[in-house]
Every structure is written in C-alpha cells, then in structure tokens.
Write a protein that binds this ligand. Sequence first.
Ligand SMILES: [Zn+2]
Length: 240
Amino acid sequence: MEGSLTFRPKLRELGTLALVGLQMVYLTATLPPADEAAFFSMVNAQREDVVIIRARITRRNVAYSVRSVTATTAKEAVAAVVEEARATIDQKLEEHPWPAKIIVYCQRVEAIEDLAGKLGCDAYYREIDIRDGKAERLKFWMSGTKREQYIRGDACRRVILDSVMDGRNDREGCEDGEELCDVCQRQASEERREEEEDGGGDLEEDREEYDMRQRELQVENARYQATTLAAEEHEQFQDY
Ligand SMILES: [Zn+2]
C-alpha cells in the first residue's frame, strides 16, 4: 500500500508477477485488516489463494499516552509542543539515565530539523520515506475518527490501536502484564480513590482532592477545546 504513482512506483508493478504464477511474499508492519482487500486487488491476488500470517500489534512493555498543549496560533502551538517534548524528555531521562536513549518521531522533515535544533540533538531521516512513505496509512489515520478517539482519550489507547491495526474488538482496556496507558492509569487511580473513600478516611481531605480533580478536569477540557480549535485553524501545524 505504500507504493503510489510517485513513491516506490515499482512496488505497484510487483503485482504483475503474480499474473504469471510467481509465488510472492509480502511483509508489512502497517496493513490493518480493513485494508487487506484493497491490497490483494493491488497485487492481483485472490483472497482464497493467500496465506496470511498475522501477529497482533500488542506490545505489553509499551505505555501509550497523549499529552495536550494549549495554543491559539500555529507558532504558539509549535512552541508549546517543543516545550512539552522537552519536559517529557527531561522527565524520561531522569527515570532512565544514560546509556538509555530516547527517540522522538515527527511526521515531517521540517519538524524533525526544527525540533532537533531546539533540543540540541541529532536529526535522522531518509527524506523520501518521511515525505511520502506510509502516505496511505497516515491519511487513513489522520482523517479517521479513530485518530480523534485515540487523542481524546475517552477509551483505552490500546483499545483504539488494536481495533485499527489488528481488527481486534474484544479488548476492554490494558490487560494484566501490560504497561497501562494514561487512560487506564487514570481509571485505576480513580478506582483506588473510590475504594479509599468507601473505607472512610478524612472527608475534608477527600473533598479537597475531589475539588482539585474537578478543576484539573475543567482545565484539561478547556485545553482540549483550545487545541482542537487551533488544530482546525492551522491544519499545517497538524503535520508537525
Ligand atoms: Zn489502556
């Protein structure tokens, strides 16, 4: 699917080999079940002739989370993202000191160069891969409601990710032995808090904590709305 008229056009021609009966092996890390039919048709394969070996995208040791930033202009948004990245990197470097490495991915070469310059680290990219590669997948992801859902964080990040990439719909959240995503972490700490409340405790303190959480939620909500607005107004920034 990564082949297009301008990107790796030869990839598309591979499918013609199937027409003369040649056995083909395709490897991909980015083809969701929903795109299989389109892929088979592109490579001239019949579904019933194909043997698929598919592994789940699930990585128990990866903790997924989304951080939002507040901004009213594209410039502010870029500055806010750089600041957020810097804070996250500093925090992670403290948790995992040298020789641990941190890799930051961006969607555009311009963003990579800009961010690397501001963070004072090296930038790596193979230009053509970043400019046009995975265009199909990205377009689907960027335009789809799944991306919205993933970012909004109403549901476990793994639930959305697995549903898109594996077609898996029986997941309820992060499971035993998996790093919790930020949504499940929040849920777990809320459940803990409720349990503590049930067991008595200092009501005054609980009340304060509750008020604080409500205020946090309001701020978060306002931030989300501001970001959404900013994102709509500055589509270009979304690529950053
Ligand atoms: Zn989760």
